[in-house]
Design a protein around this ligand. Structure first.
Ligand code: AMP
Ligand code: MG
Length: 481
């Protein structure tokens, strides 16, 4: 492993050079050894050394910490300066296979971008990010990953006093739509071009070969996001705060704040306590992503064509492809969930199942998982619906389609790799956070372990597949910043 730090070689306007603020009593909570091995990190053997590294008290040799500048639209309102107010990019590492990763601390102290904040993170949101981002990875969703979490031994003060922690996360880049907005709002065209070149190099290298590389970059970002949002929808994931500063141009899911997973299927579901208008509701996510990408397109205009009208036309043409592209990925994903090829009839059959699920408040994850076995054992599936006759008719149509598309033999395998048995259920996360805040990391560890293999049955861990009991249901989530 070696540090390259290409971002830190960009002009000073891109960041502040600043080290993490040391903490009082570092203690390692968890190290993701598989990920550390993939990064080929040269780490100390002992927990004390690891705790120092993963709180920022000691720096990895070769790192050059910076806080990145960015802007962003928060709930539709433009904020010209946000930036890493409590995060430090350690730098970029390359492993022997030539893979590159950015490593970043979050909760590691104040920076120029902290505004009124304390630069710290409570333990709860750190646990949520670790658990959910690693689960998303195991579920096959592009995402930032969690390398480690460590407690600081210092309290943070929110509504109450909470233990503080630092999460170390890894991404193929932390550039956001908001990073482009930062320079576009300041009309810093040279920097905008440097940023675009950096992102092409790091995340979308095929764009370099195009005759119009910046348009190709925009296309590549739109394509990656179309696929990403389709994956979210196929798993019942609600990001919760899809501001443009929380939208990575790499196409990875980033910033697990008030995120949540649907238990029963309700497409209009909103969890975030601050999302009063339902802007970031489950079923709004494709439209909101299109909105965020329109912001990115606006920033890129000066790079697309010297003639503004032509630039606009080119950008709009790409943007118009976003919803069709999302729909295509969604069609593919949803049809796999019912074990059928991605044709129009199967897509419409899948959507009619969703409608039945909505009306019966069927558990989204368990409903599809039960369908995976419904060719031979239909009872557990049909029992999840209040509308016995309708679901019987639906099953009849499904069998008919399986027959006619020649999918009878392949359907189960397809479905079992598309429909997880385990997702990070909101009540399990809350339970893990409560225990950890009281000093017991057992539930967190168990949750992380079961979620590392979400498509396996794991009968001894079946309780993690149970939906919440009424008194366990979580309907509100908090950023916890
Ligand atoms: P987020 O809601 O986590 O996406 O953060 C939005 C903005 O607020 C970013 O610029 C963060 O760096 C900043 N921020 C959030 N929490 C804190 C904190 N505790 N201290 C300083 N800045 C923060
Ligand atoms: Mg953020």
């Amino acid at each position: 492993m070696r540090f390259i730090n290409t971002y830190a070689h960009l002009p000073e306007s891109f960041f502040e050079r600043i080290n993490p603020e040391p903490v009082a009593a570092p203690a390692l909570i968890r190290l993701n050894r598989d990920l550390a091995a993939r990064l080929e990190l040269d780490l100390p053997e002992d927990r004390t050394g690891l705790a120092e590294i993963f709180t920022g008290n000691r720096l990895l040799p070769g790192s050059k910490p910076i806080a990145q500048a960015y802007a962003g639209h928060q709930f539709g309102q433009f904020v010209p300066q946000l930036g890493d107010g409590r995060a430090h990019l350690l730098g970029e590492v390359e492993n022997g296979a030539g893979e590159r990763f950015d490593i970043q601390y979050k909760g590691s102290g104040r920076t120029r971008f902290s505004r009124g904040g304390d630069g710290r993170a409570p333990l709860g949101p750190v646990i949520r990010e670790y658990v959910v981002s690693e689960a998303m990875h195991a579920l096959g969703v592009p995402t930032t990953r969690a390398l480690a979490m460590a407690s600081t031994g210092q309290p943070v003060f929110r509504e109450e006093e909470l233990p503080g922690a630092v999460i170390t996360r890894v991404a193929s880049g932390f550039v956001r739509v908001g990073t482009f907005e930062y320079f576009a709002a300041r009309r810093m065209e040279d920097e905008l071009r440097l940023l675009a070149d950096h992102v092409i190099e790091r995340n979308h290298p095929a764009a370099r070969e195009s005759a119009t590389p910046y348009l190709a970059l925009f296309k590549a970002v739109c394509a990656a996001q179309a696929e990403l949002v389709a994956r979210w929808l196929c798993l019942g994931f609600v990001h919760g705060v899809m501001n443009t500063d929380n939208t990575a141009v790499s196409g990875q899911t980033i910033d697990y704040g008030p995120c949540a997973f649907l238990d029963h299927y309700d497409p209009a579901m909103v969890f975030s306590s601050i999302d009063h208008m339902g802007r970031y509701a489950f079923n709004q996510q494709p439209t909101i992503m299109a909105w965020n990408l329109a912001c990115l397109g606006g920033c890129l205009l000066p790079l697309l064509d010297p003639d503004e009208t032509k630039a606009r036309e080119a950008g709009e043409a790409v943007l118009e492809g976003f919803i069709p592209s999302f729909t295509e990925h969604y069609r593919q994903g949803l049809c796999r969930k019912i074990g059928l090829p991605a044709d129009d009839e199967s897509f419409s059959l899948a959507r009619s199942l969703l409608d039945l699920m909505r009306r019966s408040r069927t558990d989204f994850t368990n409903g599809f998982r039960a369908l995976s076995d419904a060719q031979t054992a239909p009872a557990p599936f049909t029992a999840m619906f209040a509308t016995a006759e309708e679901i019987a008719t639906w099953l009849h149509d499904w069998h008919d389609r399986l027959d006619r598309t020649g999918s009878v033999d392949t359907a189960r395998e397809t479905m079992r790799t598309a429909n997880p048995a385990y997702i990070p259920r909101n009540h399990r996360i809350e339970e893990a956070i409560r225990a950890a805040t009281a000093g017991d990391f057992g539930p967190t560890d168990r949750l992380i372990e079961v979620l590392a293999h979400p498509f396996e049955d794991q009968p001894e861990k079946a309780e993690f597949a149970h939906p919440p009991r009424p008194e366990e249901r979580v309907t509100r989530t908090f950023c916890g910043t």
